[in-house]
Design a protein around this ligand. Structure first.
Ligand SMILES: NC(=O)c1ccc[n+]([C@@H]2O[C@H](COP(=O)([O-])OP(=O)(O)OC[C@H]3O[C@@H](n4cnc5c(N)ncnc54)[C@H](OP(=O)(O)O)[C@@H]3O)[C@@H](O)[C@H]2O)c1
Length: 276
């Protein structure tokens, strides 16, 4: 169970992954991302989620070096971008990412999107990186059930993680159930609806009962279901308050109410229909 910022979820290869981390999509490289990552590490976060396409891996690496926290105490996720998918190109993209991050080993390397005709070759490269000890776990993002089934056919290694858009308006229950059955950990991206659910009336009302914000209610709802979550913020106060969710419990009635909010609404693209 995720009861604190330090708690972990055990992945299907035995690796312990923190259940709560900081996302840095759209956070500018340089000062802005350094500030966000440093604020998170100072607040006790132990996991950072970046990607090659976020173009801020260098700043993430710089923040790690500036921090007093040891490299082995921070879990770093990065992702191979769609244009780099394929066997050789993924291996090359990985080297570029690690160089920018200034680290030799990545904790979790993910395929960013299920690029048609490419992701199986990409996965072979991910498997090589894993066997070579360059990554401690490999996984995917934005994979529907049919993508996972297709990928696992013939794969040597099962994905450890599926990082998917997940929040109260897109609760992804069938995909979550499938992943749990297959031993694939579920990680919620855009857990606050990319900011769009921050003032949601029902979530705010539930939060009021506990002296918590709608954001804190959504993040608590994630960790209560063993869903790894990675809210983004560039503001130190938000970074601190987002992690302040371990001193209250949502009642079963509140959880039932939150569960009724699902309308399969996406703030991002549908993995069956993206053009990038
Ligand atoms: N694999 C993928 O395809 C994929 C796609 C999307 C995202 N992701 C990952 O998931 C992470 C999170 O998703 P996301 O970036 O879409 O958005 P999110 O975490 O759902 O929401 C971020 C937004 O909420 C605001 N916010 C955060 N905490 C707040 C608070 N306590 N009070 C008020 N506003 C608050 C932030 O603004 P402030 O900066 O002003 O706080 C920002 O505008 C990303 O950063 C990325 O690492 C992955």
């Amino acid at each position: 169970m995720i009861h604190s910022l330090k708690d972990t979820v055990q992945l299907n290869n035995g690796l312990e992954m923190p259940g709560f981390g900081l996302g840095v999509w759209k956070v500018k490289d340089g000062e802005e991302v350094i500030h966000s990552v440093r604020s998170a590490l100072n607040a006790g976060y132990t996991m950072i989620d970046t990607a090659a396409i976020y173009r801020n891996e260098a700043g993430v690496g710089e923040a790690l070096r500036q921090s007093a926290v040891q490299r082995e105490d921070v879990f770093i996720t990065t992702k191979v971008w769609n244009a780099d998918q394929g066997y050789d190109t993924t291996l090359k993209a990985f080297e570029t990412s690690t160089k920018k991050l200034g680290i030799n080993t990545v904790d979790l390397y993910l395929i960013h999107w299920p690029t048609a005709g490419k992701y199986k070759e990409t996965w072979r490269a991910m498997e090589k990186l894993y066997k070579d000890g360059r990554v401690r776990a490999i996984g995917v993002c934005n994979f529907h059930i049919h993508h996972l089934k297709d990928l696992m056919e013939g794969a040597e290694i099962k994905p450890a993680v599926n990082q998917i858009e997940l929040h109260p308006l897109l609760s992804q229950v069938p995909l979550r159930n499938y992943c749990y059955k297959e031993g694939i950990a579920v990680e919620a991206y855009s857990p606050l609806g990319s900011g769009g659910l921050i003032n949601h009336p029902l979530l705010s009302e539930i939060g009021k009962k506990y002296g918590k914000t709608a954001a804190q209610v959504m993040l608590r709802w994630d960790v209560d279901s063993e869903i790894i979550t990675i809210p983004r913020s560039t503001k130190e106060a938000h970074i601190i308050s987002n992690a302040d969710i371990f001193d209250f419990e949502l009642s079963p009635e509140d959880i039932d109410q939150i569960d009724t909010l699902n309308e399969d609404k996406r703030f991002g693209a549908d993995p069956d229909n993206f053009n990038f």
